[in-house]
Design a binder for this molecule. Structure first.
Ligand code: APR
Length: 236
């Protein structure tokens, strides 16, 4: 832990939401909620079988909005830290749920999109959506069906706000990755970008991912995130 950090970037992955009741992606069977990832998380999968893809994200959205899913201690301590930390703070999440914002996080980038948004394929306008939608749903801008897709970054597509993320990584002195397997580019390379300016890099995860962080703390997010960020605040 470095004394008096001035700028911090935190990256979160599915592991931070696991204790909130949302499954992680890379279970041993390689399936995501019983589907091959190629079928539900690629533009080709959407072209092949749009009904399956609409229904897949409708189910995820219904689950997210159910009473069982709520932010856990890791989400709320990150939000508390952001409010109390006197320096610059950016939270980048690969998660498409809304648990960070429900916990009170503010400077937040959803680099892989959001379940509670849909996008028009013609205008690229983005709309909030809390209900199911599919091929028959009329778009709010073109007023015709068939133009709306989930506002999710699929494999082979460019993540959102990469300029903002890279700028923050290049200027931070602390980088922390929480609950991510480090399997998906470009997020898997963020710790290396942070190291260009000699940031201290820490991984908080249920298991060691085998990458080159300066420090690795093993445990469940709801245990280790509150402790780690309290210590970091005391060091400021
Ligand atoms: N606390 C901390 N870490 C946990 C917990 C927990 N309670 N439960 C699981 N983990 C860890 C796992 O050990 C694993 O290393 O979280 C990690 C989750 O890894 P993935 O399922 O691969 O999720 P993530 O890294 O977020 O995936 C990245 O891949 O499928 C795409 O776009 C999707 O955003 C996703 C991206």
């Amino acid at each position: 832990m470095i004394p008096s950090p001035k700028s911090i970037v935190v990256l979160t992955g599915a592991g931070i939401s696991a204790e909130s009741g949302i499954k992680t992606f890379r279970a041993a069977d390689g399936l995501w909620e019983n589907h091959p990832i190629d079928d539900v998380a690629t533009p080709e999968g959407f072209e092949r079988n749009p009904s399956l893809v609409y229904e897949f994200y409708n189910q995820r959205r219904r689950q997210l909005l159910s009473d069982q899913v709520k932010p856990n201690a890791a989400h709320s301590h990150l939000a508390k830290f952001e409010h109390e930390f006197p320096g610059q703070f950016l939270l980048v999440t690969q998660n498409v749920d809304n648990l960070h914002e429900r916990a009170g996080s503010q400077n937040l980038v959803h680099m892989h999109g959001e379940l509670l948004k849909m996008r028009c394929l013609n205008s690229q306008l983005v709309f909030d959506i809390a209900k199911d939608f599919d091929f028959d749903t009329h778009c709010r801008c073109c007023r015709s069906p068939g133009n709306l897709r989930p506002h999710i970054v699929w494999f082979g597509e460019m993540p959102f706000q990469m300029n903002k993320i890279n700028q923050a990584l290049e200027n931070c002195d602390v980088f922390v990755a929480i609950g991510t397997s480090g399997n998906v580019y470009p997020a898997s390379g963020f710790y290396q970008t942070a190291k260009i300016r000699r940031a201290h890099t820490t991984e908080l995860n249920l298991e060691r991912t085998g990458s080159g962080f300066d420090e690795c703390i093993i445990g469940s997010a709801s245990d280790i995130v509150p402790t780690y960020f309290e210590k970091l605040l005391n060091a400021c």
